[in-house]
Design a protein around this ligand. Structure first.
Ligand code: C2E
Ligand code: CA
Ligand code: CA
Ligand code: CA
Length: 277
């Protein structure tokens, strides 16, 4: 090895060592996060493109770490899934969201809320029974709950997955394919999925204004979704121009900073009273 390579190797080793220590620490912290009440759920509204009305929202988990502060879900959710800790997070989020749906219902507000779930959750045979139990405990209608699953995750173990998705659907829960367009679903595969909704990945939406190719891609996804009888949602809608373009293309719903950022439950109730236009 040349001297230069030795130096590079030493740096590499230190980095992986730090990385490994960070992961170990994070794993221990994840265990405490739920019991320690460090998670919160924020809600981001979804609007109908037809008239701007809102009666749906997506639940997004937030972790405030006692020392490291705010950690984004993109950082800890994939890590939690790799290390087998996602299940406890998903259970906590579902309980929290369904409890909130019940409290909103009592105060005269009936919303549908989407919860993101991982492939490892849906593949778990006890999952369907868990969802059923939580809904019954809180006397919440299954149709008020939607579960979002990423397209890439769906390619993983089709058979087992389809069985559980069917059982969830029979329960009356809505199902959505998240981040659509980034994976490799074939038309035939997609047609088999017992889902109600398809969410176009944000990367196609945010480039819509400047990239004409994307217009064709988004239009095709909307058509594909409609052929399959699905509601099509665009995420990451940040400008009025994009809203207009999506409305013209016949997209059903929009979610993004143009409408509102994710916010705590009580803020959402106020926001809904004010209305959006
Ligand atoms: P996602 O499911 O695709 O959620 C949408 C993400 O886009 C959210 O990021 C949201 O805050 C962000 N977003 C919404 N509108 C806009 C916009 O107009 N512009 C931009 N630039 N971003 C927008 P967030 O909350 O950081 O979540 C990131 C990802 O973490 C989620 O992506 C989802 O995959 C995962 N995640 C979040 N909460 C949960 C959860 O409770 N369970 C699981 N399993 N995954 C979660
Ligand atoms: Ca999602
Ligand atoms: Ca998404
Ligand atoms: Ca995503």
């Amino acid at each position: 090895l040349a001297k230069r390579d030795h130096a590079a190797y030493a740096i590499y080793c230190t980095e992986t060592e730090t990385h490994r220590r960070n992961r170990t620490a994070l794993l221990a912290d994840l265990r405490e996060a739920i019991d320690g009440g460090q998670f919160r759920v924020h809600y981001q509204p979804k609007a109908l493109l037809r008239d701007g009305s809102v009666n749906k929202a997506e639940a997004l988990v937030r972790w405030t770490h006692p020392e490291r502060g705010w950690i984004t879900p993109d950082e800890f959710i994939p890590f939690a899934e790799q290390t087998g800790r996602l299940k406890s997070i998903t259970h906590w989020v579902l309980n929290e969201v369904v409890g909130q749906l019940a409290r909103w219902h009592d105060s005269g507000l009936t919303l549908c809320v989407s919860v993101n779930v991982g492939m490892s959750d849906v593949e778990d045979d006890a999952f369907v029974a868990f969802v059923d139990r939580v809904l019954r405990q809180h006397h919440v209608e299954p149709a008020q709950l939607c579960l979002e699953i990423t397209e890439t995750g769906m390619m993983h173990r089709p058979q087992q997955l389809l069985v559980n998705l069917d059982r969830l659907r029979q329960l009356g829960v809505s199902l959505s394919i998240d981040d659509f367009g980034n994976g490799y679903s074939s038309f035939g595969y997609l047609a088999q999925m017992p889902v109600h909704e398809l969410k176009i990945d944000r990367t196609f939406i945010e480039r819509l204004e400047h990239n004409f190719e994307n217009i064709s891609i988004v239009r095709s996804i909307i058509e594909l979704g409609h052929i399959l009888g699905l509601d099509v949602v665009a995420e990451g809608v940040e400008t009025q121009a994009i809203w207009q373009a999506l409305a013209v293309m016949g997209c059903d719903e929009a979610q993004g900073y143009l409408i509102a950022r994710p916010m705590p439950a009580d803020e959402l109730a106020h926001w809904l009273e004010k209305g959006f236009d």
